[in-house]
Design a protein around this ligand. Structure first.
Ligand SMILES: [Zn+2]
Length: 472
């Protein structure tokens, strides 16, 4: 089934087809974290969305190369390095490691390449030189190198591909040095920032003088190095559309004269408890904050995946509690299927997945990642499966087929099932002692041991295949 996605570039839902003539390889770039602090839940919405896109492409049979940069030098980082009186690498290293831990906790597949900006300074300089040579970048009196929007437009290029910009109000030659600025401040932006005392030790030599790269040029240089001058998919949060992504297009197309990206996908904003997240409102959460409240990465992932990526989503703690019970329903159903499939009559050679679930799920995703419909197909399957289990209508082979179907769709959802709880050695020893007492017909002792196990939080169930231990 053809996958359709909303392309910000054309403002329409389009059938996805990769550039690869063999229609197999797909290049995907997602702007990575700026490692100056722990990523918050709004950031995580974007990364879980990127993971969903990647998994959906892989599910559709594509061979995806997923690249995510690490922004380890830009305005905010330099400010924090200065405030913390530390070195750039030491400061960014701790947040990069924390980010990768959190990414794992959220069940995201690790990108194939994670280039750091500071390790691509020669590529960045080469790209800026190309822009200078082509006449679309210039060195200003402050020693920095800027991108000229007027010159770029003069080459027949279009600035404002991702959103409508009022370029008439722009005064030619006006410049913006900061990495982040508003739409109203559209102006020539910095590619290379000349060294200033506040930069401390953070500078590199270059043909334009000592300095450091601007944020936008980092992504153009690293994405094209990893994926080529034109590649399939570029993702990010919608807050990055302007200026970051628009500037990425300008720098890349200004240097190569070729289209930069075929599909631009943007994830919508996240509200927390109905409001824009802010530290002063007390609704600002990092993943670590949520884990400290007893939630799991799996529950957070589930909740972030319940809304369509183009809809503003209201993330709430009540919603997280709901995620816990929704996942418990899946776990219970899958657990029962596992028991049935493991029964002695089971034929586990190559169980055929249940067609209905996989078909509905695939159709939902193909429709611009309609995740609500995808989850609806999962919970309809859970209901039906539970009904059939209650009616004893499952053979072992059918249970195995149902499990295969679940595993297939979970390759996209990535929520897995709750890890089997390991039985502590102490409980196991008591349970074994009870079995021995029963064998010796010492029922009094057997009952006492069962009670002891119970007080420790475990229940012993006798089954035809022996005992089973369950956590209360
Ligand atoms: Zn970027």
């Amino acid at each position: 089934m053809a996958l359709k996605l909303f392309n910000t570039l054309t403002r329409s839902v389009q059938e996805f087809a990769p550039l690869d003539p063999a229609r197999k390889k797909v290049g995907l770039y997602c702007c990575g974290p700026t490692v100056y602090d722990f990523a918050h839940i709004g950031n995580w919405r974007t990364f879980v969305f990127a993971d969903l896109v990647r998994r959906t492409l892989e599910f559709s049979g594509y061979d995806v190369k997923h690249v995510m940069n690490i922004t380890d030098v830009e305005d905010k980082i330099i400010q924090r390095v200065r405030e913390n009186k530390t070195t750039l690498r030491e400061f960014t290293g701790q947040f990069e490691a924390a980010f990768l831990d959190d990414l794992k906790a959220l069940g995201c597949r690790e990108p194939h390449q994670k280039p750091r900006a500071t390790e691509h300074i020669p590529d960045i300089i080469a790209l800026i030189e190309k822009l200078v040579t082509r006449g679309v970048a210039y060195k200003a009196a402050d020693g920095s190198v800027y991108f000229s929007i007027t010159k770029y437009q003069g080459c027949g290029c279009h600035y404002g591909q991702l959103l409508k910009l009022n370029l008439d109000e722009m005064r030619a030659g006006e410049r913006v040095a900061a990495d982040e600025y508003e739409k109203e401040s559209v102006a020539d932006f910095a590619l290379w920032k000349a060294r200033v005392p506040d930069d401390g030790d953070v500078f590199w030599p270059s043909p334009f003088g000592e300095g450091r790269p601007g944020w936008h040029i980092e992504c153009s240089a690293m994405s094209m190095k990893a994926l080529g001058e034109t590649f399939d998919l570029h993702l990010g949060g919608e807050d990055l559309k302007f200026p970051h992504h628009e500037d990425e297009i300008a720098q890349s197309e200004g240097a190569t004269g070729k289209p930069f990206v075929k599909f631009w996908l943007h994830g919508a904003h996240l509200l927390v408890e109905g409001k824009k997240m802010s530290k002063s409102l007390g609704n600002f959460f990092t993943l670590r904050d949520l884990l400290a409240r007893g939630f799991t990465g799996r529950e957070v992932r589930y909740l972030l995946l319940t809304a369509h990526y183009r809809e503003t989503f209201n993330f709430t703690l009540d919603g997280l509690a709901g995620a816990k019970s929704a996942l418990a329903r899946i776990d219970e159903c899958v657990g029962k299927l596992r028991e049935l499939a493991a029964s002695p009559t089971s034929n586990l050679q190559s169980p055929k997945p249940e067609e209905a679930l996989v078909e509905k799920f695939t159709a939902a995703l193909a429709d611009d990642l309609n995740i609500s419909a995808a989850w609806a197909s999962v919970f309809e399957w859970v209901r039906e499966t539970n009904k059939r289990i209650a009616e004893h209508a499952f053979s072992a082979a059918e249970a195995a087929a149902a499990l295969t179907a679940w595993e297939k769709v979970d390759a996209v959802l990535g929520v897995g099932t709750k890890a089997e709880t390991e039985v502590p050695a102490e409980i196991l020893a008591l349970a074994e002692a009870r079995t021995a007492a029963k064998k010796a017909k010492d029922y009094k002792r057997a009952d006492a041991l069962r009670d002891e196990v119970k007080t420790l939080g475990w229940v012993i169930e006798d089954t035809p295949k022996g005992i089973k231990l369950k956590k209360v």
